[in-house]
Design a protein around this ligand. Structure first.
Ligand SMILES: Nc1ncnc2c1ncn2[C@@H]1O[C@H](COP(=O)(O)OP(=O)(O)OP(=O)(O)O)[C@@H](O)[C@H]1O
Ligand SMILES: [Mg+2]
Length: 377
């Protein structure tokens, strides 16, 4: 292993040495018997990058993370950390630290001992262990809890101890597997911000697994969306939001989710089954002509609707549900051939059963292929 100073001048410099902590997954695969659960994925994670792996349950996120950690044997392909091929290395030699969903703390050890344990196992001198635990505890604001046992802590405090245990090791790479899913919504938001701040401070390369798209959008430098063991799309949060490659990505990123409406492309317009037509402007390039006469899926985000008077492009629908959120109002509409959700200004208060018109931001809707679900623009 490349040598790194045990005592960097300050926490800010923790990982600022010459070692490039990149993670490369090359044709990485995992099979259980005949079932391939990770299918030859390629992914390059840069030094210092915070990458979030997202996707629905069972798509292979934890399996991928566990293969990086060395907790799961690899069936095919390569995992490299920095320059090293680590396929055959046991977890403790990979210089990674993993934080699990259930924290996996030692119940009979104190917080201090939980954090110090892995350093002790590695033979770190005693007089170095104490300042390192103290430093990590200070970063996480758990200095006052060091003598307690896990059973005497709240969920959020346990979660911080689990992170502290990873931080004291000063690994090249942090791996997180749904670390916030056992916390209530408010605490989740708070710890989410803390993890982000921590990354901004120490800059350690991080791979973070979640199925929560809000966590993915708010924390990631880059998001990797997995589906059925493959990577569906990989990009910055803005790229995935603005240019989703498929209906799968489009429906996954953004809340409430994008609305999908069946349309036919006709004379430079998307025609709904109601007969209403939305013009396809310059953004759609040659799609309007190439797909003339064909069926397509129109994708409209809830936030791309507006009060009818503000737009000449409109759709009409029957109000089914009105959800005032304070900041804005979600209106669920029944339209010909489906339902959709529109995010309207807070003062919008249509009555249930009423037929209303909503405006649509020109050039915002997406178009997808009916058969493949791939984006047409
Ligand atoms: N030991 C095993 N034997 C057989 N199949 C397994 C085993 N472990 C996991 N799998 C299967 O591999 C697939 C991927 O599992 P994985 O735990 O990576 O999913 P995930 O994306 O982390 O899902 P979740 O969001 O539910 O945690 C699943 O279909 C799962 O059933
Ligand atoms: Mg999982």
């Amino acid at each position: 292993m490349a040598s790194r100073p045990l005592f960097p001048p300050s926490a800010v410099d923790l990982n600022r040495e010459a070692v490039l902590a990149t993670v490369s997954l090359r044709r990485l695969g995992k099979s259980y018997g005949a079932v391939e659960v990770v299918k030859a994925i390629d992914c390059e994670i840069n030094d210092g990058e915070f990458v979030v792996l997202v996707g629905p349950s069972g798509c292979g996120k934890s399996t991928t993370l566990r293969m990086i950690a060395g907790l799961e044997p690899i069936s095919s392909g390569e995992v490299r950390i920095g320059e090293r091929l680590v396929n055959a290395l046991p977890p403790r030699e990979r210089d990674v630290a993993m934080v699990f969903q259930d924290y996996a703390l030692y119940p009979h050890k104190t917080v201090y001992e939980n954090m110090a344990f892995s350093l002790r196992m590695r033979g770190t001198p005693k007089d170095e262990i104490r300042p390192r635990v103290a430093e990590a505890a200070a970063m996480l604001g758990i200095e006052a809890l060091l003598e307690r046992r896990p059973s005497q802590l709240s969920g959020g405090q346990r979660q911080r101890v689990a992170m502290g245990r990873a931080i004291v090791r000063r690994p090249q790479v942090f791996l997180f597997d749904e670390p916030l899913s056992n916390l209530d919504a408010k605490l989740r938001g708070q710890v989410r911000a803390e993890i982000k701040k921590l990354h901004q401070t120490i800059g350690t390369t991080t791979v973070y697994v979640t199925h929560d798209q809000v966590e993915a959008m708010t924390m990631a430098d880059r998001i990797v969306i997995m589906r059925d063991g493959s990577i569906e799309q990989d990009g910055t949060p803005d790229e995935l939001y603005n240019q989703p490659a498929s209906t799968f990505v489009a429906g996954f990123i953004g809340a409430p989710a994008m609305n999908f409406v069946d349309v036919t492309i006709e004379n430079g317009h998307a025609r709904l089954s109601s007969g209403e037509r939305l013009p396809l402007g310059p953004r759609y390039g040659s799609v309007a002509t190439k797909a003339e006469g064909k069926a397509a899926i129109l994708g409209i985000r809830p936030e791309h609707f507006q009060p009818a008077e503000r737009s000449s492009q409109r759709l009409s629908g029957t109000v089914q549900i009105v959800e005032p959120l304070g900041s804005d109002t979600l209106v669920h509409l029944e339209i010909a051939g489906g339902t959709l959700t529109a995010r309207l200004p807070p003062e919008a208060r249509p009555s249930v059963g009423e037929t209303i018109e909503v405006g649509i931001d020109a050039d915002k809707p997406h178009l997808f292929d009916v058969e493949t679900g791939r984006a047409l623009v």
